[in-house]
Design a protein around this ligand. Structure first.
Ligand code: HEC
Length: 184
């Protein structure tokens, strides 16, 4: 019984210390100072568990159709490339200045070994969900409020091909369809 009392006391003291720490204001909030390992782990695990759960049941359409790829290209170039880069461009003011940093989607993997490419269902579900809903407290906006699912799937199809494109192929895929999109 005594042990339980002590454990409760220690728990309450730890909680108070945590709240006191928050109120001191000493945690660095600037985007130019990285999180410590514990905060990083906490936020990354929270994000990945939440997205995995929310995206698990999303049905994935056939992403191999050329039309999808061609309509996703110009959208990507217009709305995403300034943060997520493109073949032959490995940094921008936004890719350097944002924290968390936007991953370079023109590479098959980021520095942490997260795969961005691959045509498996789970990566497509995850990318679709992230593009549609965005990610809280990061620079990643939700595109769902302004774009329908079809357009978001087109960007997923394009992102899956992106790491295999040369700068010239990127240019062609995003420019050719850009001429078509001037109609709407
Ligand atoms: C203003 C910058 C910005 C723009 C514009 C932006 N993103 Fe992001 N995006 C981010 C950031 C930052 C993250 C990482 C968030 C995190 O780590 O919590 C991210 C994450 C992602 C991810 C998850 C990557 C992974 O595998 O972990 C995908 C997919 C993505 N964005 C797609 C897009 C697409 C498609 C567009 C354009 C429609 C877009 N983003 C526009 C900043 C941006």
């Amino acid at each position: 019984m005594k042990l339980v009392k002590w454990l409760l006391l220690i728990g309450a003291a730890a909680m108070l210390a945590g709240v006191a720490f928050i109120y001191t204001g000493i945690y660095p909030m600037g985007a130019d100072v990285p999180h410590n390992r514990m905060t990083y782990w906490l936020l990354e695990t929270l994000r990945e568990r939440s997205i995995a759960r929310a995206s698990a049941a999303i049905p994935v359409p056939d992403l191999s159709s050329p039309e999808l790829l061609l309509s996703g290209g110009p959208d990507y170039n217009h709305m995403c490339a300034q943060c997520h880069l493109k073949p032959g461009v490995n940094k921008s003011d936004l890719s350097i200045g944002l924290y968390p940093a936007p991953p370079n989607l023109s590479l098959a993997q980021d520095d942490h070994g997260h795969a961005h490419a691959g045509d498996n269902t789970v990566s497509a579900q995850r990318q679709f969900w992230i593009i549609k809903h965005g990610i809280k407290a990061s620079g990643m906006p939700a595109w769902g409020p302004t774009h329908d699912d079809q357009r978001i799937w087109a960007m997923v199809a394009f992102i899956q091909k992106l790491p295999t494109l040369t700068p010239e192929q990127y240019q062609i895929l995003t420019a050719r369809a850009a001429a078509n999109t001037t109609h709407h």
